[in-house]
Design a protein around this ligand. Structure first.
Ligand code: ATP
Ligand code: MG
Length: 346
């Protein structure tokens, strides 16, 4: 696992555990989770469906009681001392309720009155989420993305230091996702701490400074995104293009050399190598010349798969483990992050 991020912590949990009663006995929601979220910046809380993200967030906010373990927000133990710190925390866990027939502005004004925040904040937060132009329209005429931005605006009313967003881009189209991402990044740049959960790793990769990756209720990796991507846990691949007539021989040469080769859009994706030059050398020795050789950067998804895909249910999931022998892992690297985020299968 990558070394924890130093400095002050906005959120820290130790050995946090939560089980739920189910028809088949007890289902584990979170299994001994140690989380460290540094103060300031965007922290991605990532993991596949059912890995315990919402359960963790609900425990932090005092909505669910942990069976075991401790949690602090800005050093205050929660839920015990939550009242002392709750004024510094804004969160969206469930869809917030707004009056459909009222405008965004009126909805937020009512909310500001209810929480004792000056109404002057309303226009500030509407501007922050880019809703100024539609502020006088009724809530029921809003698109899903606008509704979500209004929800974020509501959490900003009291100018919190910590924002917790549970899958804020669920159900949004790429433009809506980009809007929310931009808002979260701007909050992080202002020095606020943003904890954003997602099962779509690529979506958060682009804006997160640090991440925690969970699987089956446990932490499997944490740290700075750049460090995780360079940790070697993701797959390294090279895209190779050769003349169409050479594709078969090139594939055979590389496979004979012990590499995994896949054809993709007329190119060869080559996995399982430490040195891209080895591809060039092997092909050149057989008189095949590559006219493209592009090393592909591992992304968070491939790091995540590298850390979790060989686990068997019930096995400990902490730390990085590598399978011995057997075929190489399927490639999951890509050259550029995509706006059309990839969902992670558990
Ligand atoms: N109220 C509940 N009763 C029983 N089991 C629950 C309850 N809430 C969550 N769980 C179980 O706990 C585990 C973790 O669920 P949780 O909702 O925290 O995951 P998640 O990471 O937020 O998933 P998703 O990405 O789908 O939102 C799952 O196996 C889930 O079925
Ligand atoms: Mg969830």
């Amino acid at each position: 696992m990558t070394a924890p991020v130093g400095g002050d912590l906005a959120i820290e949990t130790r050995g946090l555990r939560k089980t739920y009663r189910s028809v088949r006995g007890r289902a584990v929601g979170v299994e001994g989770l140690d989380l460290q979220v540094p103060v300031g910046g965007v922290h991605g809380f990532l993991g596949p469906n059912g890995s315990g993200k919402t359960t963790t967030i609900r425990m932090l906010l005092g909505l669910v009681r942990p069976d075991r373990g401790t949690a602090t927000i800005f050093g205050h133990p929660v839920p015990r001392r939550l009242p002392e710190v709750v004024g510094r925390v804004g969160a969206i866990v469930e869809s917030p309720k707004f009056f459909p027939a009222f405008s965004a502005r009126r909805n937020l004004s009512l909310l500001a009155d209810a929480i004792g925040t000056p109404r002057s904040r309303v226009d500030v937060v509407l501007d922050e989420v880019g809703l100024t132009g539609r502020a006088r329209d009724r809530y029921r005429t809003y698109s899903l993305g606008m509704k979500q931005r209004l929800a974020i605006a509501a959490t900003l009313l009291k100018d919190p230091d910590l924002l917790i967003f549970d899958e804020p881009t669920n159900g949004l189209d790429p433009a809506g996702i980009r809007e929310i991402r931009r808002t979260m990044r701007s909050l992080g740049d202002q020095g606020k701490t943003v904890l954003v959960s997602s099962h779509v790793l690529a979506e958060v990769e682009q804006i997160a400074d640090t991440v925690s990756i969970v699987a089956r209720g446990r932490l499997v990796a944490s740290g700075r995104v750049a460090d995780l991507l360079g940790s070697g846990a993701g797959s390294r691949a090279v895209r190779v293009r050769v003349a169409p007539d050479d594709v078969t021989i090139a594939t055979s040469v590389l496979e004979t050399g012990g590499l995994l080769v896949r054809r993709e859009h007329g190119a060869l994706l080559v996995e399982g190598l430490d040195d891209a030059g080895a591809v060039n050398r092997a092909l050149g020795e057989r008189g095949v010349w590559a006219h493209e050789l592009t090393p592909l950067q591992p992304d968070l998804e491939s790091v995540f798969l590298g850390l979790t895909q060989h686990e068997t249910p019930g096995a400990p999931t902490r730390g990085r483990r590598r399978r011995r022998g057997g075929p190489p892992d399927p490639p999951a690297a890509r050259e550029q992050p995509s706006d059309l985020a990839t969902e992670v299968g558990a």
